[in-house]
Design a protein around this ligand. Structure first.
Ligand SMILES: Cc1cc2nc3c(=O)[nH]c(=O)nc-3n(C[C@H](O)[C@H](O)[C@H](O)COP(=O)(O)OP(=O)(O)OC[C@H]3O[C@@H](n4cnc5c(N)ncnc54)[C@H](O)[C@@H]3O)c2cc1C
Length: 382
């Protein structure tokens, strides 16, 4: 595995880093406190070509690779977790249309998504089927040239802001993944409304909302792939989401680590910086080794994914599992190093911790992920 960056990857990294520092970081605290939405930040990312990072130039994108995507995501997360979460959701939505959509769907949606004109989302979670999408209830019934959707999705990132709503529903009552299908629901479709916006522990600068479908008529042309192919398409794109989730976690942890190193040098107690204490040195060492390990695992997962046939990406899931738990630990330690200042909202440490905690729940929570990986390792899956 060659870890040297190409000139294009370096350019993307520099662009993301500059925008993160100049545009996202100054607004991150206010965005979080006001429960806003990072429209302006996302638009700046689109103008810099980052929004269509994985989409071919012919469809309005930059034609970049998966490593470029995770490099950019880590930079954004260092500055603003909410913008990074919205960004990963957008890129995963675009990628889902790219891998599963028809030529007409790609032409209709992808150029507008790459330019930032249209935002996307991916909706699977429901009030009665969180981690286990196999028991979801939302249903689409075929009627002539359209489907009628009924059901509710909850905790959906970019909800209410997205024009392009990718929604997984059941098209068959039989159990199993072959009953799940994926639809594009345009924001203005009659019968589609937005329910309450959640007030959460973290990622408050991005919307999380209910999507409600009541006899919502969706043209049959908006089905992505075949009926029953929804789970496979989401799985292909899901590998990308999990890599994005790992990159968000690493960005948050790196920001917390960098802040802690500075704090340990500058915070003087009884005449010496706290970094002179072995207890603080040990914490910094553990944090730094953990971030480096998660990053190496992520880059290795990117390599494995790019050089393997499409399908269940075990390496991506391992990277997500490790990085998300690592980020909770590292941001927690950083908070401790900063003492009462870390616990206060005057510094971003508590925000890093709150955001990091959310990644262990989203993109498949830790426990089902461990169960899946355990089964794969033991040869019990599928
Ligand atoms: C920040 C954030 C963003 C999100 N964005 C989206 C989005 O854009 N789209 C979307 O569809 N959803 C989104 N979600 C929802 C998220 O995917 C769900 O919260 C997640 O799938 C868990 O579902 P649940 O909350 O209903 O928990 P439940 O499924 O009720 O799980 C509750 C607990 O049981 C545990 N558990 C479940 N199965 C097992 C098992 N087999 N063994 C042991 N323990 C188990 C879980 O790990 C969890 O700890 C988001 C959530 C968060 C926090």
């Amino acid at each position: 595995m060659d870890l040297s960056l190409t000139s294009e990857q370096k350019m993307i990294l520099q662009t993301a880093s500059r925008l993160a520092t100049e545009v996202l970081a100054p607004r991150a605290a206010e965005l979080d406190a006001s429960c806003g939405f990072p429209r302006e930040g996302l638009q700046r990312l689109a103008e810099a070509g980052l929004m269509g990072i994985l989409i071919p130039p012919a469809l309005g994108g930059g034609g970049g690779d998966t490593l470029s995507f995770v490099l950019a995501t880590e930079e954004l997360a260092k500055a603003c977790g909410s913008t990074a979460l919205s960004y990963v959701t957008q890129i995963a939505s675009e990628f889902t249309i790219l891998v599963g959509g028809t030529a007409e769907q790609k032409a209709r949606y992808l150029p507008a998504m790459c330019s930032g004109e249209k935002l996307g989302l991916l909706a699977a979670t429901e009030p009665n089927s969180g981690s286990n999408s196999m028991v979801m209830e939302a249903f689409a019934e075929r009627q002539n040239d359209h489907y009628v959707l009924n059901g509710t999705k909850n905790f959906i990132t970019n909800g209410g802001e997205a024009a392009v709503n990718l929604v997984v529903v059941r098209t068959n009552k039989a159990p199993g993944p072959q009953s799940l299908s994926l639809f594009i629901v345009d924001r203005d479709t009659p019968g589609f409304t937005i329910g309450k916006r959640d007030v959460r522990m973290g990622f408050n600068g991005v919307s999380s909302s209910e999507l409600i479908f009541q006899n919502c008529k969706v043209p049959a042309d908006n089905l992505i792939g075949q009926e029953g192919a929804g789970a496979m398409t989401v799985m292909a794109a899901g590998g990308l989401s999990t890599l994005g989730a790992a990159a968000i976690s690493i960005g948050l942890a790196q920001a917390a680590l960098s802040a802690s190193v500075n704090w340990a040098k500058e915070r003087v107690i009884a005449g010496q910086p706290i970094g002179a204490y072995q207890g603080i040195q040990f914490l910094i060492t553990e944090m730094s080794a953990s971030v480096a390990a998660a990053r190496a695992l992520l880059y290795s997962a990117v390599y494995t994914r790019d050089t393997s046939p499409p399908g269940l990406s075990v390496a991506s899931f391992q990277a997500k599992l490790f990085a998300s738990e690592m980020a909770v630990d590292v941001t927690n330690k950083a908070l401790q190093i900063h003492g009462g200042h870390g616990y206060s909202r005057e510094l971003p440490l508590e925000r890093y911790f709150r955001d990091a905690r959310g990644v262990t729940l989203h993109f498949s929570p830790t426990e089902p992920l461990k169960e899946l990986l355990g089964k794969v390792t033991l040869g019990l899956f599928p």
